[in-house]
Design a protein around this ligand. Structure first.
Ligand code: ADP
Ligand code: MG
Length: 250
């Protein structure tokens, strides 16, 4: 299997934010993680991207155990991500946001990102090429020199995709990629996620916009109170009794 978790658990004090979750993602597929607020969705992403140490369980990427790897190493291995709220530098250009983001994600600290050695200058050229590629992929090539403050909300979401894509990932974790955009603007974002999958990138997203999920996802994983309560194709999830209870029964 391309990517899988094996019974992962995260405890914050007495609270199990994620409990015994096993899930697997096929290469080039789109998996949606859904569940009520506080279900543990973002924590699940934080565990698999190395941001929070895992209490128990294991994470495998292409059969390599990455459970204890730090986030920069996981990013370099080929797992990109976006956050629920992406901190963009509003006064900087679209291009610079990708370049800065790329350095912060792949270097071990802010000082590495700031001080440039000769080798880093070479890397910088490569980063520039990767950034331009990522921006072309999300179809923002016409606004690369615009300050972020001047682009639309939907373009900011696409910029967040470019940030995740700039490390040339094999898999991306997208935390609520369509939050805060109009329903009629989500089509472009869904199209880009499908485009990623068509290029062989494994897409995993957290999302609340059900119509989008139902038409986009190959598989849905449902979390509730930290536990996986269902997993299946959209048409299976739609009729799943436990899922209906979790959403309607409170
Ligand atoms: P979701 O993304 O599904 O809304 P989260 O993963 O953000 O849910 O949160 C799951 C639970 O874990 C919540 O009860 C939340 O308060 C708790 N939680 C998340 N992050 C932390 C943290 N860093 N410290 C303590 N509790 C946390
Ligand atoms: Mg969340």
């Amino acid at each position: 299997m391309f990517f899988r978790t094996e019974g992962i658990t995260k405890r914050f004090g007495g609270l199990a934010a994620v409990e015994d979750v096993s899930a697997s993602f096929e290469k080039g597929s789109i998996t949606a993680i859904i569940g009520p607020n506080g279900a543990g969705k973002s924590t699940f992403f934080n565990l698999i991207s190395g941001i929070h140490p895992i209490t128990s369980g294991k994470v495998f990427f292409k059969d390599n155990d990455i459970t204890k790897m730090p986030p920069q190493q996981i990013a370099r291995l080929g797992i990109g991500r976006t956050f629920q709220t992406t901190n963009l530098f509003e006064q900087s250009t679209v291009l610079d946001n990708v370049l800065i983001g790329h350095r912060l994600r792949t270097k071990s600290g802010i000082w590495d990102a700031i001080f440039r050695t000769a080798r880093e200058k070479e890397e910088e050229k490569r980063s520039y090429e990767k950034a331009m590629q990522a921006l072309a992929f999300v179809e923002l090539e016409n606004v690369v020199e615009h300050p972020v403050s001047l682009i639309s909300q939907e373009e900011k979401k696409r910029l967040a995709f470019a940030l995740a894509l700039a490390t040339d990932p094999e898999m991306v974790l997208l935390d609520e990629p369509a939050a805060g955009v109009n329903p009629d603007e989500t089509d472009g974002l869904a199209y880009l996620m499908r485009k990623m999958a068509d290029h062989g990138i494994t897409v995993c997203l957290i999302e609340h916009k059900m119509p989008m999920i139902m038409s986009l996802a190959d598989k849905i994983v449902v979390l509730n109170h930290g536990k996986k309560i269902a997993e299946g194709r959209p048409d299976e999830i739609r009729q799943n009794e436990a899922v209906i209870q979790a959403y309607l029964g409170g």
